[in-house]
Write a protein that binds this ligand. Structure first.
Ligand SMILES: Nc1ncnc2c1ncn2[C@@H]1O[C@H](COP(=O)(O)OP(=O)(O)OP(=O)(O)O)[C@@H](O)[C@H]1O
Length: 312
């Protein structure tokens, strides 16, 4: 006598169901499809809005691939940078340089509950922690590098990525051990002196992981501490979203550096997109369900109506 055998069969979606679920990207959708749906938000940064895009999901589910991509398979960041520079050139040439656009870039990581400036000369794992003053509106004290070409931004990004803490775990050979926040500012000044300032924040979060699956509890030391900090900040993020959704009580933005940095994106004047990534394997079913629950909660959060940042 053995156990009862169980088969599970998932039928393919029917055409009308595909239409209803079109915001779900399946494994057959590529980077172009994700970009096509994301691109209109980048235009909002040009129009003077604060825009935030963050990738959430368990370790190894495709967050960094979605945001940064691979050579020949560009992610959201490089496509956004190119779009912003194309727009800058177009605006300046159409106005015969009467309109000017200035762009600058910031790159931060949150590693073990410390905010680090990835562009600072002493950045990196062995570097000193940069003490940043984080206000509810913005981070003060880090480097903001002005950028005049896409190549410059991509070089700065590659430098930051090389300094970011990435390690092999048993779930992912290139696992990001920190949350990375890339910000590009887009400031337009017209010939009559009117300014509008938009910005795009792209956040590649570190992935949640179970200690037993990641092997961190057996390796111990740094990996264990990193995993605990990652999980703690992601669970604070989840609590923040829950409070925002229910509208009850104080929102615990200050309980983690990550939520502090995302405060304006989640509870303020911003247009925000969460991309929730899932691992396709049945063995990760539990984690995928948790990520989808998170997606559902985020989807119910009512943000204040975003207002463009204009000044004279
Ligand atoms: N849509 C995709 N198409 C093809 N390969 C993908 C896709 N998404 C992810 N991958 C591959 O899966 C692996 C894990 O992806 P990635 O490193 O982006 O995960 P992650 O969610 O950022 O993980 P972590 O949280 O550990 O940093 C990588 O080898 C990546 O190239």
């Amino acid at each position: 006598m053995g156990n009862i055998r169980v088969f599970v069969r998932v039928r393919p979606p029917l055409p009308e169901e595909v239409e209803n679920e079109r915001y779900v990207f399946s494994p057959k959708h590529g980077q172009d499809d994700v970009w096509e749906a994301t691109e209109p938000l980048i235009q909002s940064a040009v129009d003077g809005y604060n825009v935030t895009i963050f990738a959430y999901g368990q370790t190894g589910s495709g967050k960094t691939y979605t945001m940064l991509g691979h050579p020949g398979s560009e992610g959201i960041i490089s496509r956004s940078v190119r779009k912003l520079f194309d727009t800058k050139r177009e605006m300046e040439s159409l106005s015969r340089s009467a309109t000017t656009v200035e762009m600058s870039v910031e790159l931060l990581e949150v590693y073990n509950e410390q905010v680090r400036d990835l562009l600072a000369p002493n950045a990196g794992l062995n570097g000193r922690e940069i003490s940043l003053k984080v206000t509810s509106q913005e981070v003060v004290g880090n480097l903001c590098v002005s950028a005049s070409t896409e190549d410059e931004v991509m070089k700065v990004l590659a430098l930051a990525q090389s300094r970011r803490c990435v390690k092999a775990t048993s779930s992912n050979s290139q696992s990001s051990r920190s949350h990375m926040l890339f910000t590009i500012h887009f400031a337009v000044t017209t010939k009559n002196g009117i300014q509008r300032k938009g910005k795009l924040n792209v956040c590649d979060l570190a992935g949640s992981e179970r200690l037993d699956k990641s092997g961190a509890n057996t390796v111990g030391g740094a990996l264990l501490l990193e995993t605990q900090n990652i999980n703690k900040s992601l669970s604070t993020l989840s609590n923040v979203i829950e409070r925002l959704q229910s509208g009850s009580g104080n929102v615990p933005f200050r309980e983690s550096k990550l939520t502090f940095l995302l405060q304006n994106s989640l509870g303020g004047n911003s247009k925000t997109l969460a991309i929730v990534c899932c691992n396709p394997l049945p063995s990760h079913f539990h984690e995928s369900v948790c990520s989808l629950r998170f997606a559902e909660k985020v989807n119910k959060v009512d943000l204040k109506k975003a207002v463009a940042n204009f000044s004279c």
